[in-house]
Design a protein around this ligand. Structure first.
Ligand SMILES: Cc1cn([C@H]2C[C@H](O)[C@@H](COP(=O)(O)OP(=O)(O)O[C@H]3O[C@@H](C)C(=O)[C@@H](O)[C@H]3O)O2)c(=O)[nH]c1=O
Length: 189
């Protein structure tokens, strides 16, 4: 019903809800609180986000919200495809500064759970890509933080073929070693 795979970063999970196909197409439960709780994930989501990126190669990230408005995010693709990335910024974590990436597409139906304590970002790999995600806290601009997507100290392989399309804010984001992370391994593990 719900396939849940661990990743190299403890806390980051890849979820694939079952699709019931028939002559019309398919049906799928994109989120079911009880079913997720059976896998030890009980999150109280309060906001859904939906973004459209017109061009392939649009990169949003790397972002986080600091406590007291830290967000867990459950991310999926509604149309197109993207490469989604999480970076561990929990001070004291054995995987601090490590990243993982997964391709999410409308076709593969995969989701990624990016918990609080991680940077999140993605690059689109098809035109008109829609990303839909649930968040466990409300948008709080005063608590927003960002890190440059191409900082060699993290070394993410985005699979880019040229310079990405960025917001002004993301183009001006600080490097990783300027980040005074508000998260600790003990506080989130
Ligand atoms: C994130 C967000 C933005 N906004 C507004 C602020 C701004 O005017 C406009 C665009 O915001 P941004 O440029 O920050 O949007 P974007 O670059 O898509 O930001 C998002 O990136 C991905 C990677 C995430 O993980 C999200 O949490 C969020 O940070 O939307 C809201 O009203 N609510 C929200 O929750």
């Amino acid at each position: 019903m719900l396939d849940v795979q661990a990743t190299a970063l403890p806390g980051v999970l890849i979820l694939t809800p079952r699709r019931f196909g028939d002559a019309r197409g398919y049906f799928s439960e994109s989120w079911n609180r009880k079913r997720m709780a059976e896998h030890g994930i009980d999150l109280d989501f309060v906001q859904d986000n939906h973004s459209l990126s017109a061009e392939a190669g649009t990169l949003r990230g790397l972002h986080f919200q600091a406590p007291p408005h830290a967000q867990d995010k459950l991310v999926r693709c509604g149309r197109g495809r993207l490469f989604d990335v999480a970076v561990d910024i929990r001070v004291g974590s054995p995987t601090y500064g490590n990243w993982i990436g997964v391709e999410l597409s409308a076709e593969n139906g995969r989701q990624i759970l990016v918990p609080r304590g991680f940077l999140h970002g993605f690059v689109t790999r098809a035109p008109d890509t829609e990303v839909i995600y649930k968040c466990s806290d409300y948008y709080a601009p005063d608590c927003e933080g960002a890190v440059r997507f191409d900082d060699p100290a993290i070394g993410i392989d985005w699979g880019l073929e040229g310079p990405p399309i960025l917001s002004e804010k993301d183009a001006a984001a600080p490097v990783f070693n300027k980040l005074n992370s508000p998260f600790t391994w003990e506080g989130t593990a």
